[in-house]
Design a protein around this ligand. Sequence first.
Ligand SMILES: [Zn+2]
Length: 166
Amino acid sequence: MKSTGLFLLIAVLVAGLLWGYGTFVASSRPPHKRPAGTTSPGGRRVEKSDADWKNLLTSSQYTITRENGTEWPNSSELTHEHRPGTYLCICCRNPLFSSKTKFESGTGWPSFYAPYVPNAIYTEPDGHRTEVRCSVCDAHLGHVFNDGPEPTGLRYCINGVALSFQ
Ligand SMILES: [Zn+2]
């Protein structure tokens, strides 16, 4: 019985150490490295620690924008939003997309054929796909594909959770 108590004590200590280490890693993770030459509208830049993002965002916003998550298709009410307006980054309010370039892709995710301004976002290779990120705060937004409508032929497939409609 004595050894069970000792085992429990050790387990608790190890769990505590791991939790502390996880917190340390999360708060000291360096900002995402943007591709060389990346610019943003007005040169604006927002950098925060993971711990700060965690405090500012809901858990789904954090998982998707800071940990490259993907929301369930048709889970966002913005997928079928067609009122005139602007879609801002949920993390830093950078204007990312206009309702003028939004279209019904049938995929279940809000879809656009162009960013608000060319440097509102930047892209990076992500396996066989191309990832889309906010140029101001590096938030993961979604992916871009080559099967979109004219005039660009692009389809920006964006998580609604990453957007704030205004
Ligand atoms: Zn942003």
